[in-house]
Design a protein around this ligand. Structure first.
Ligand SMILES: [Zn+2]
Length: 261
């Protein structure tokens, strides 16, 4: 069995199709799917889906793009969601400076300071609840590392959609975090491929980040959990090991990490 540790089944891309999407995943052995939220409403929607389908689990959190929607009330509401046994992580949370570094037309995105405030609030929630954190890092690796270092040995965390080089991977592993790999390993990126080759399989989980990041040759199309098998196949190819080994070890890791059965 494979586990897709990151798929936004609650996004409008799937509308009424969730059952069909889960059916296609099950057919190829994708037996568990983790649906993270990006704010309170999406976290609640993720939990609604998890309550409806036994194979789906949820995570609750505020994505850096939604940092300004976090206030005392929504933090309390989010905290209440984590009491449900199918909420197995705080996520997705993190820092995303991609738009900040570009055109001023993106000026409505939360600033660096606003994102850091929200990220730290979310890490504190991970600390309080004992749940692992699913961390998004885009063009913000130095700040991510500096902040996570201050929580070292206090919380469990995974860098989702890993897209860095081995130097960044080593630093992540050094502070005890796990690494989650998406379909972007099928895109042409020699540094990423080199990192995948060297990162121990025991520290890895797999994900689709659906509806985004469909693996080649489907790049640009709507992604879905069925394609997490393509991610596993690519890891097997890069590491020159059997697919069954990737399946077994990433599933074992994800079950233990998120406490899912
Ligand atoms: Zn995501």
């Amino acid at each position: 069995m494979f586990i897709d540790t990151h798929a936004h089944l609650d996004f409008p891309e799937y509308k009424t199709e969730v059952s069909a999407v889960l059916g296609r995943a099950k057919e190829v052995g994708v037996g568990r799917i983790l649906n993270p939220g990006v704010d309170f409403d999406t976290s609640k929607h993720a939990l609604d889906i998890a309550r409806r389908y036994p194979e789906v689990y949820a995570a609750a959190g505020f994505h850096p793009h939604c940092a300004n929607d976090l206030d005392i009330e929504s933090k309390g509401q989010l905290m209440a969601l984590t009491n449900h046994e199918k909420v197995v992580a705080i996520g997705e949370i993190g820092l995303d400076y991609y738009y900040l570094k570009r055109s001023s037309k993106y000026s409505h995105y939360p600033t660096r300071e606003e994102q850091i405030f929200c990220f730290e609030q979310m890490l504190d929630l991970a600390l309080e609840t004992g749940l692992p954190a699913i961390v998004h890092s885009r063009e913000a690796d130095a700040d991510i590392l500096a902040i996570l270092k201050t929580y070292k040995n206090q919380i469990k965390g995974v860098i989702h959609c890993f897209s860095g080089d081995y130097d960044f991977a080593e630093k992540i592993l050094d502070i005890g975090l796990a690494i989650s790999v998406t379909g972007n390993i099928t895109y042409k990126n020699p540094d990423l491929v080199d990192a995948i080759k060297k990162i121990p399989l025991g520290s890895m989980m797999i994900e689709t980040d659906s509806p985004y990041l469909a693996p080649e040759p489907l790049r640009g199309k709507r992604n879905e959990p069925v394609y997490v098998v393509k991610v596993a196949k690519k890891i097997a190819e890069i590491k020159n090991i059997p697919l069954a080994q990737v399946e077994e070890e990433t599933t074992k890791k994800a079950m233990k990490f998120f406490g899912i059965k």
